[in-house]
Design a protein. Structure first.
Length: 254
């Protein structure tokens, strides 16, 4: 693959590796690459497991590029991210993610779209979009059902960063291990999965998810609100420009 995303197919597993140092910020090109890889995996009946991990960088993923949120680039980037989210939601294979360091913004949303997550004890989870007058569309759609309204509001409305222990307590993470044991722990979970029947795994995943209509509707509604109600505002652009200029934003509330 081109720079930033690597993919390897071995046996019944496709392994996707984020490799965009230092903190794997996702640009639109990376989002599109991820979506293409996963779309191709969707129809591969000999694949039962998709692993998402990061190279030896400082973090799993610190989110989506700020520049790609600016108004002229926000619409195509958000369309790409929506397609990626829908592809992950519909993927029949089991998605196992292994995370460490910053798991923020779009990085945390990749976690929310995974089936099983193994985290290093240094992982920090958060949706800091609100601090820049943005909104996290995947988290807004799914976090209330996963962690409850108050905790979802704490993350999405206050922009607080949470620990790996918190994520495990709330059921967002299966296991928390020392950073040095992360790859081994994720491998153990993957081997457990691969002991199972492929059709049984895929059928059970579909049953756990339930009908897809509600989840897709919630996701699309969240993206529509972002695009229609927030991207066109002055504050949305001000938050991004202030961040890039390393200054405090001045909100007009318009």
């Amino acid at each position: 693959m081109s720079s930033g995303i690597e993919a390897e197919h071995e046996g019944r597993t496709i392994t996707i590796t984020l490799n965009h140092p230092p903190v794997n910020v996702l640009e639109k090109v990376h989002i599109d690459q991820l979506e293409r890889i996963l779309s191709q995996a969707h129809d591969q009946e000999d694949v039962d497991l998709v692993r998402i991990r990061a190279k030896d960088t400082k973090a799993f993923c610190a989110g989506v590029s700020i520049e790609d949120h600016l108004r002229d680039r926000a619409y195509p980037m958000l369309e790409s991210f929506r397609k990626l989210a829908e592809t992950m939601l519909s993927l029949p294979q089991i998605i196992v993610s292994e995370v460490f360091g910053a798991v923020l913004g779009g990085g945390m949303e990749l976690v929310l779209l995974s089936d099983l997550v193994v985290a290093a004890d240094d992982a920090k989870f958060g949706q800091p979009e609100i601090l820049l007058a943005q909104t996290p569309p995947v988290a807004a759609a799914f976090l209330p059902q996963l962690v409850g309204w108050q905790e979802a509001s704490r993350i999405c409305l206050l922009g607080e960063t949470m620990s790996a222990a918190w994520a495990q307590e709330k059921g967002l993470v299966l296991r928390v291990v020392p950073r040095t044991q992360l790859r081994e722990a994720a491998e153990e979970v993957s081997l457990q999965i691969l002991k199972m029947s492929g059709p049984a795994l895929k059928t059970t995943k579909r049953s756990l998810q339930g009908p897809s209509d509600h989840r897709l509707a919630a996701l699309r509604y969240s993206f529509q609100r972002y695009l229609a109600d927030l991207v066109p505002t002055q504050d949305s652009q001000e938050g991004l420009e202030a961040f890039l200029a390393k200054r405090q934003p001045i909100w007009t509330h318009h």
